[in-house]
Design a protein around this ligand. Structure first.
Ligand SMILES: [Zn+2]
Length: 403
């Protein structure tokens, strides 16, 4: 009885403390595609190893005061794909693998971004892969199949959201290249396109913007992996910096930003590329944290994942050691080497992963829950064991926007 009373007292104190926290005016929603706890831990352990230490150097978000876990199953599978997970994270409803922004019986579901925009906040959606890819698309589009890329990009034009940023578009003229190009259609809807950060600086006074990477840099593809990057390539941190500059206003803003290529390097079972991508995402989160420090009590940052990819583990087969020095010689991602036809070098990376004792169990996704890190006003909402569909509901609650 006494214990029950204590629990009740704590619950009441907690609830009243929650009520005193102001609503979130500036919200950052980071989604590391495929970034499970193992991906975060691997980056942290690797960083310590770089200093010659056995241990862990924390990434910014793993030091956030609130930690939860989110279950990720879809309406059809225990192991979700990115479009079903994106739909859950954007709309609060589960759908079947392969579907995007629609219920399993193909009824469109409105993403939280529309509700937030209607409530008077500015809205941004960005990714390091293409802007029509499953995760960013779940925040503005509803299509029966995630590969309806052309329809997805047409729906972007209709959103009236303020800022989009990412690599480009996968099928700007449709699957058969027989449709009108989407870029003039999106421009017609009032968007200014900026290619690369230099152009962003020139055009940032535009009313609505789509920021893509430099035009002569494979602009219809994803932003290059950190490991493959040239100096002038756009980074995740660049995208966040631009998004903040563009969206900052007195009424507040919401920014969803995907670190999309962690998933790709994990599909390839490529440890070093995964480590560097995860650190790259952390650099982007650090920009948001610096913003939060300037706007305490009114900023909320949530960092999570849509699912884990690769069945990554720290350790492989029987031994209690890892040997990161084995990864030192790698200078390009497996994906890039494959694209360049360098099969021998790809095999070498696989060998290096084994020698480093980084374990992989699949070239696909897994069904393990993902971590949810939160800081700032009303961040306590995200602690404990939740489901991925709870996250958008809690974000709206934190912002005082009805679900
Ligand atoms: Zn994936």
């Amino acid at each position: 009885m006494k214990r029950l009373f204590t629990i009740l007292t704590i619950a009441v104190l907690f609830a009243s403390c929650q009520q005193q926290q102001p609503q979130a005016k500036y919200v950052f929603y980071f989604i590391g595609d495929g970034m499970g706890l193992a991906q975060v831990s691997l980056a942290e352990v690797w960083l310590a190893d770089q200093n010659g230490d056995i241990g862990s150097v924390p990434l910014s978000f793993s030091e956030f005061p609130v930690l939860g876990t989110a279950t990720t199953h879809s309406a059809s599978n225990i192991i979700t794909c990115s479009s079903a997970a994106g739909t859950a994270l954007a709309t609060g409803e589960k759908t079947k693998n392969g579907m995007l922004g629609m219920t399993p019986d193909t009824l469109p579901i409105q993403a939280l971004t529309y509700k937030i925009k209607e409530a008077g906040f500015k809205v941004g959606v960005t990714s390091t892969v293409t802007i029509d890819h499953a995760t960013p698309a779940a925040f503005y589009a509803s299509v029966p199949s995630r590969s309806d890329y052309y329809d997805i990009s047409l729906q972007l034009a209709e959103t009236n959201f303020d800022f989009f940023g990412g690599g480009g578009f996968i099928q700007p003229e449709g699957k058969e290249k027989d449709k009108p190009h989407v870029i003039p259609i999106i421009e017609e809807a009032g968007y200014t396109f900026a290619y690369g950060m230099e152009e962003f600086e020139e055009l940032k006074d535009a009313e609505k913007m789509v920021l893509l990477q430099n035009k002569d840099k494979k602009y219809l593809e994803a932003v290059p992996f950190a490991i493959d990057r040239d100096e002038e390539d756009m980074t995740h941190a660049d995208i966040i910096r631009a998004a903040i500059e563009f969206l900052d206003n007195e009424e507040g803003f919401f920014l969803m930003s995907e670190g999309g290529r962690i998933d790709w390097s994990c599909h390839a079972n490529d440890a070093l590329t995964t480590i560097l991508e995860t650190i790259d995402m952390d650099l982007a989160v650090q920009i948001a944290v610096a913003f939060a420090e300037k706007h305490p009590n009114e900023t909320l940052i949530v960092v999570t994942a849509d699912h884990e990819t690769g069945g990554l583990s720290l350790g492989w087969e029987k031994r209690y050691t890892m040997h990161f020095d084995q990864l030192e010689e790698q200078t390009a991602s497996k994906d890039k080497l494959l694209a360049d036809g360098k099969k021998k070098e790809v095999e070498k990376i696989e060998e290096m992963n084994r020698k480093a004792r980084v374990g992989w169990t699949t070239s696909s996704h897994t069904g393990i829950p993902v971590p949810v890190y939160a800081m700032g006003t009303r961040s306590q909402l995200f602690g404990g064991r939740i489901d991925n569909t709870d996250i958008p509901k809690k974000i709206l609650e934190a912002m005082g926007v009805p679900f």
